[in-house]
Design a binder for this molecule. Sequence first.
Ligand SMILES: Cc1ncc(COP(=O)(O)O)c(C=O)c1O
Length: 370
Amino acid sequence: MTLVPLSGPFLDEREEELVLEVLRSGRLSLGPWIDRFEELFAERVGVPYAAAVANGTAGLHLLCRSAGIRPGDEVITSPYSFAASANCFVYEGGTPVFADVDSRTLNLDPATVEAAVTERTRALVAVDIYGYPCELDELRAICERHGLALIQDSCEALGAVYKGAPVGSHGPPAVFAFYPNKQMTTGEGGMVTTHSEEEWRLLRSLRNQGRADSGGWLEHARLGYNYRLDDVRAAIGIAQLEKLDRMLELRRSAAKLYGELLQDVDVELPAADDADHVRSWFVYVVTLPEGVDREAVIASLDRDGVQSARYLPCIHLQSYMRERFGFSEGLCPVAEDASRRTLALPFHAGIEPAAQERVVAALGSALAAA
Ligand SMILES: Cc1ncc(COP(=O)(O)O)c(C=O)c1O
């Protein structure tokens, strides 16, 4: 029995060709491929500036530095996200405040965000979960009203469209990630988009050990990090950008097929697009009916050679968050309920229709037995 994997990158000879070019150039880091990748990425998203970083988490961390988050500042974010959405400001001593999500989109509910703002709130990290654009305009209005910095965690949303414009282009700085399960990959990697030249220069300095634009290799203008992307990865990124539209389209049609195949299966499908929100398909996550034993479903899928994943555990209920900040169940009931019942199915640009049929058949029998 062949395994249906959860995810996989979409690569061809073009990545090999460009990587070889970098290797043969002898310039493996701080070379011209980074600048080129940044320019092409900025153009694709429709922003003036993009700064490549080692991974999405590094990009988020740098934006927290740029926003001036300090120990004791409260930062609001979504509990239904990947841990890095909160870790990025905990690194700076920020205190996480989790606002609950909307049950349909699984993105932050602006009303809960508004209710979570206090005198100490300094910033908001808004996540476009599973590639579905968050309620940016409402969240932005809250941030403007209360003088908060807004950071967009768009790590899962490259190619998504909010109110007619690409996610990442609307104004607040945004971060994208390129781990191999993402819409495009560089192995490890990330990108920050911004409209501010000043912020872009700061990000480039912070990622490069605090070196300034002018000054020598051993001169450091500020406390920085080694969060650089290297040229080998930038070359992979350029090859991936060249076929991004095709990869997004393949993901879109795979999602459409799942939607059709799952019509008669007792699961809730991911939130549909509307005029303001066009999802970029990152993962395919269904919600199991209440009362179904998710572990039994996962075990049954496993026996049928179908990988699945418990996307996503609530961040506030992770052991380190409970220990450090005293969070417990009941803080964000909507996110917690979703978190118990959601399940990611195999999904990537190269998934074959026959594999999707196998997944759905296996899910159907798993649910019948659960
Ligand atoms: C919502 C979200 N934020 C942040 C990250 C962090 O990205 P990376 O794994 O590249 O550090 C990811 C990716 O896993 C993510 O899905």
